[in-house]
Structures are given as C-alpha cells and as structure tokens.
Design a protein around this ligand. Structure first.
Ligand SMILES: *Cc1c(COP(=O)(O)O)cnc(C)c1O
Length: 360
C-alpha cells in the first residue's frame, strides 16, 4: 500500500482513477476517449455542465457568481486577478501569510502601481502567527484584498474570513473543497487544480458577477480574460479537456462521500492525529501557533536534522511517499488533501512513533 503525501500534484481518489482507467478508451459509450472528442460536442458540453453544477452544489455557490474553468493553474491567476479587476494606477491590498502570498504579491507588482502589504507573519511565543485584523494596514481605497487562506509550503492557515469592505480575493489552491465555506463573503475564489481537484495546469475561478462586469477589457491576455471566458463558457480557446473531465469525476466522488462536510470531518481527524503525534514528542516539532495551523499541509521538523535522510529513506520503504519538505523550508511536510484516507495519516503516525523510539 502506498500513501502519497505530495503537496501537488497530489494524490487523487483511488475510485476516480479506477473509473478513468476503465473508461479511458471508451468514454460514455462513444468508442473513443474523452481526450479525443471536440470540446464543442454536446456530450462533452454536458459533462462540463454537470461538473459546474456539482461544484455549485458542493460549495453552495450563490446564483450571482460565475464559475470559470481556466488554464494556467494557480500562478496563472496571480496575474489574471490584477489584470482583470484592477487598473494600472490602482492600489491593491495583499496579506503576506507565506511563500505563496509572496509570489502573488510579486506578480501583482508587475501590473498595478501600489501593492500594499497589509500584514506579515510574525514570530510569537506560541509560534508563527498572522496578526489580528485590527493590526492590518488597510488602504482606504484598495481595488481588492488578496489573501491565501492556506499556505501550502508554510503550513499556515487563516481560518477567519477578513472583515473588510473591499472585494476579497482568495487563493484557495490547497484548501478548496476541504471544508464548508461561505462563498458569498468573497469577490473571487480561485484554485489551481492539482491539490484538491484534479490534474495540474488547470484552475477553477469563482467570481461575483458585479466584479466580472468590471473586468478590464484592454490589457488582459484574452485566454485570461474573465469576461471573455464567461461569455464563452470557459471555451474561448480549447480547454484542458482531460483535466476538466477528471475534475468533474472528483466532484462526483466528493458528493458520493457525503460532500464537503464529510471531507472536513475527515481532514480534521487526520490533521489532529498528526499534530498530536508531533506535539507529544521531543523528537519532532512544528513551529506554527496552534490557531494558525493548516489542516491540509503539516510541516514538521526532526529536532536532529542529521536524521532527515534516514527518516525519508525508511518512510519511502514503508510506502509513505513525498514527505520531504519544500526546498525553501526543509524538514518534512505531509500534505493530506481530501483523497488521503484516515489510514494514511495513521500509517504515517505509526511510522513516526516507531522511528522516534528507534533513534531517541
Ligand atoms: C500550488 C499552489 C499555487 C501554484 O499553482 P500552479 O498551478 O503551480 O501555478 C498557488 N497557490 C497556492 C496556495 C498553491 O498551493
């Protein structure tokens, strides 16, 4: 048995992969694969409509929001957002809660004159934390506030939705569909697909219609233009048809499993199990304050990093894959998206407990 803790592209639900394999060369009785059919074919179009409806059902997306399926993953949206909904002389607010926020900020600086960082992660006695909203330096007339509710590399999460009067844009690449969410609090939600939705190179964008109407027409590259993509039902140019199909299958799987509530329950149980193991040992540590810990991506360090290589070697030999931390931060990281069963978290904790005993 293999358990894949990769941060992304990440594990996909086993039943989805089995179904995709089974229908790969004969999709919906057509005698050809889903990759070989026109995206304008009514059978394919129907599949995209089902995918959108399933996502709307899962996230309870209100009617005044448009759902787009786009190219370019998460980073594609780092440039699409400022180009679409801010003018070149605008001010935009960004929270810097970690590495992905910083990449988004750098990209926005290319398109917008003033990128104001409202707050940064601080070291507190309890560990790394995000300052309270009351301490954020908000701009009086920002076009939007951007933040990343779940920092995939740092394992830092902001669980409360910021209380601001401007539209909120959220990079939910590593946390979409992990928990129930009040979509109506957001202007734009976007997510690269390869963590909790499907294959890489693909993204979901959920945008409130009044913002969609404000999309700047002149300066956005057309495949990244929200208004054009909305008018063309995300088919301005040929979409990533296979990724869209697989995303649709993942949505159906989540529904069959009991929806986002069931995912949240599973995700909290997996995360608690692992954090408990880390916190109860003198061998491992996590440096994020408890209130800001991610339930999806759990970074942890061995107190003696000379043992890192041996830890990874033994984990790999036991079928626990991709536990090496991001190259920027080192240590270990276990990503446990929706597709990771509870047994995977249990197997990891069992291994960590044994390893700690062996080397203590
Ligand atoms: C993975 C990730 C991205 C980047 O996604 P790409 O598809 O590689 O562009 C952006 N933001 C977050 C939060 C991520 O986890």
């Amino acid at each position: 048995m293999k358990y894949n803790f990769s941060a992304g592209p990440a594990m996909l639900p086993a039943p989805v992969l089995a179904k995709a394999q089974q229908e790969l060369i004969n999709w919906r009785g057509l005698g050809i694969s889903v990759m070989e059919i026109s995206h304008r074919d009514p059978v394919y179009v129907q599949m995209t409509e089902e995918a959108e409806q399933d996502l709307r059902d899962l996230m309870a997306i209100p009617d005044n929001y448009t759902v787009l399926f786009m190219h370019g993953g998460g980073r594609g949206q780092f440039s699409a957002v400022p180009q679409n909904i801010a003018s070149a002389d605008a001010t935009v607010d960004y929270l810097d809660s970690g590495i992905w926020s910083q990449f988004a900020i750098r990209e926005a600086q290319k398109y917008v004159e003033q990128v104001n960082v409202v707050a940064r992660v601080t070291e507190t006695a309890a560990g790394k934390a995000i300052p309270d909203f009351s301490d954020w330096q908000l701009s009086p007339n920002a076009a939007y506030l951007h933040y990343c509710p779940n920092e995939t590399v740092d394992g830092i999460a902001l669980r409360q939705i910021p209380q601001v009067s401007v539209p909120i844009v959220a990079d939910m690449s590593s946390v979409i569909l992990a928990e129930p969410l009040d979509v109506s609090k957001f202007g734009i939600i976007y997510a690269g697909a390869q963590k909790n939705i499907g294959p890489s190179g693909f993204a979901v964008v959920i945008i409130r219609n009044d913002l969609l109407e404000k999309t700047q027409q002149e300066r956005v590259c057309t495949v990244m233009n929200y208004k054009v993509q909305a008018a063309d039902k995300s088919m301005y140019n040929t979409p990533n048809t296979f990724a869209w199909y697989l995303a649709g299958e993942v949505f159906k799987w989540i529904k069959a499993e009991g929806g986002v509530e069931a995912m949240a329950d599973l995700n909290h149980r997996k995360a608690s199990l692992l954090y408990e193991c880390v916190d109860n040992s003198n061998f491992y540590r996590n440096t994020v304050a408890v209130a800001y810990r991610s339930i999806m991506n759990v970074p942890f360090q061995l107190r003696d990093d000379a043992l890192d290589a041996e830890f990874l070697r033994q984990a790999q030999a036991e079928g626990l894959m991709s536990l090496k931390g991001h190259r920027f931060v080192g240590g270990m990281r276990a990503s446990m998206y929706n597709a990771m069963p509870y047994e995977g978290a249990q197997a990891l904790v069992d291994f960590m407990t044994r390893f700690a005993k062996q080397y203590s």
